[in-house]
Design a protein. Sequence first.
Length: 285
Amino acid sequence: MRSPLKILITSRKGGVGKSSIAVNLAAYFARIAGKKTSLVDFDYQRTASHWVADAPQIGIDCRSFTIPNSKGAGNALLEAKEALRKTSESSQVIVCDLAWADVLPPEFLFEFDLVLVPSAGSKIDLLSSLDFVSRFSYIFNSRMRNPPKLAIVPNRVTSLDNFKATYDTVFNEGFVLAEPVMHVPEIDDVFGSDYFIASEKLEAKENFLQFCRSVEELAETGLNPKLNVKELTFQHKVSGSVLDRFRAIRNSSQTPLLREAVIEDLPAVAQMQVEIPSFLTMRDA
């Protein structure tokens, strides 16, 4: 049996929409993509679990696991990995909702194929997300093990103009930026009781479907050799040690919101915008 696609929705900051993205992405894979989908709720607030319990049953296998916060990183890692192992036995897609805590060792990120970090539209939220990226960059850029793909998800975006202005200011070049999830007031009517894919507001429904398709493509599609490639080389530093080199690939022929990047010798995904924060880059003098 093929290993399931494992997606982690995580952030160190609350209120950025982790649970809503996790629940509704799971709904997409279960209902639209027709996959055996499990939602693993690692969040102590159990928002995702309550949502799935109150919403129509569409085949999402929702499981709650508590990660210990006082037993040390080793125990936390073992219990989290065991939860994934049990869920993997009967799933094609696993979506995990996790408020990142320091008790978890960074190596836990290697358990996933894709890591999505939601971020609200303010620069403060963006900087918090970028701090997460910077802190664990050696995981996402690893050449010793197969790293997860990383995407920052602009969530609850109210204006595309404001979105572009904010992200163009904070991001100068390089990381994977997912399709923005727009905020449509009417979508609040289904919050906690139904799924975005079932919304009668077609604008909100189609926007979220577009986001889900981009996530699916990021997880499953390799590098398109027909892309117009421009190679940029730079290095990261953590604690004074030079880490991996990167390749950034830009697709100038596609929509401005869609570019892509790859780590050297690793596959990338077409039609995803690439942005890497300037403070993560190191340039030659």
